[in-house]
Write a protein that binds this ligand. Structure first.
Ligand SMILES: Nc1ncnc2c1ncn2[C@@H]1O[C@H](COP(=O)(O)OP(=O)(O)O)[C@@H](O)[C@H]1O
Ligand SMILES: [Mg+2]
Length: 360
């Protein structure tokens, strides 16, 4: 157990780290941010900031010496940095979890091993493989880089997966190791956010329903428009993955739900997740407070829904709506303090609450 009064080290300096630090404060923890960026929304609300690249061993060692437990707010922290810290202090989640979730193929292979359904997928690491795998699919496909993709970056949708089309997409993505997925004609997208403590205790939030625009999460709703059977199945998928990974902390699993009621795993985020931001106002415990509890070995909080809610991301220029949003008593505005507005950049979010049951 890492008791209140301790210091949590967070690798990554974005808005997710900012909201973890804001949730750590009322529980009596201090946060120390480690990230290389010029601007760090998390560092603005944390006690300490080490601004250094993830391969600076001296900086990593000093960081590890200054904290009591380390976590991540971004899953692409290099494995060597995680291992360096793990040699000195508890690293939660562990480097093994990030090794799997940094690679879309390893992630899907884990799902398959656990009997969890996914879109059909194939490894593509050469032009020859690109051509051959295309023959296994009829209809649409998506080619994704195995590593470093986010918000739709590093993926190309292919309307008809012919060998030529897949080879061309593979060249466009830079001839790096990829995964070719069959296109899923889903009815809706959901995510399950689950927390797991070092002792194995688990608590899941009911699924969120997610809508994307331009491959970036646009809106999340709680509860999702799905029946209790799908809720149970989706939670079982998240639980099984968290246990198999021996994950510690909060983790999100993105899933597709088909018209026939099938639940397919899409991807795992081994961290707090954009779709759970509405838990700040709508749940008994926010995903951020839950993450702090989980990594510190405290009892997990209640995931009960206290209100129905809709969260909308303020992406790019949409953030300029902030004066209007402040006038709406039902809206809770969160701005991330980023100095420059850029297209596709998450600048803030707004959560609207509705009476419990109003959305069902
Ligand atoms: N196999 C697929 N079939 C249909 N849509 C998909 C498929 N894979 C991804 N998508 C769509 O693209 C979005 C982003 O893909 P995802 O794999 O989650 O990557 P990212 O890391 O960019 O979030 C998904 O939320 C979904 O809307
Ligand atoms: Mg995704």
């Amino acid at each position: 157990m890492i008791p209140p009064g301790s210091t949590i080290g967070i690798l990554g300096g974005g808005q997710l780290g900012r909201m973890i630090a804001l949730a750590a404060a009322p529980l009596g923890y201090r946060c120390h941010i480690f990230c290389p960026d010029d601007e760090a929304p998390a560092a603005d609300v944390a006690a300490t900031w080490t601004r250094a690249p993830y391969d600076n061993l001296a900086a990593l060692d000093a960081f590890a010496a200054a904290i009591d437990v380390a976590t991540v707010e971004f899953e692409n922290v290099p494995a060597a940095a995680l291992e360096r810290i793990a040699a000195a202090k508890p690293m939660r989640p562990g480097a093994n979890v990030l090794a799997v979730t940094q690679d879309r193929l390893a992630e899907k292979a884990l799902a398959t091993r656990l009997g969890i359904a996914t879109a059909p997928y194939f490894a593509v690491s050469s032009a020859i493989e690109a051509g051959i795998t295309a023959r296994h699919l009829t209809g649409g496909a998506i080619l994704k880089t195995r590593r470093m993709g986010y918000d739709g970056k590093g993926q190309i949708a292919i309307a008809a997966a012919t060998p030529d089309a897949v080879v061309e997409a593979w060249r466009k993505l830079g001839e790096v190791p990829c995964i070719l997925e069959g296109f899923v004609d889903f009815a809706l997208e959901i995510s399950v956010i689950i927390a797991r403590g070092p002792d194995g205790q688990i608590a899941a939030f009911e699924p969120f329903e997610n809508r994307h625009a331009h491959h970036i999460l646009a809106e999340s709703r709680w509860p999702a428009a799905i029946g209790p059977e799908i809720v149970t199945r989706a939670e079982a998928v998240a639980r099984s993955l968290a246990q198999a990974l021996d994950h510690v902390g909060v983790m999100a699993v993105e899933m597709f739900v088909t018209a026939g009621g099938e639940v397919l795993m899409n991807e795992i985020a081994p961290r707090v997740h954009n779709s759970g931001h509405l838990t700040i106002e709508a749940a008994a415990t926010s995903q951020f407070a839950q993450h702090v509890r989980a990594i510190c070995g405290l009892p997990l909080g209640s995931t009960e829904r206290r209100a129905d809610a809709v969260m909308r991301n303020l992406v790019g220029d949409a953030v300029l709506e902030w004066p209007k949003l402040l006038l709406d008593a039902g809206s809770h505005l969160h701005l991330y303090g980023k100095s420059e507005i850029r297209q596709g950049r998450k600048m803030g979010h707004v959560t609207r609450l509705f009476p419990l049951g109003a959305m069902t």
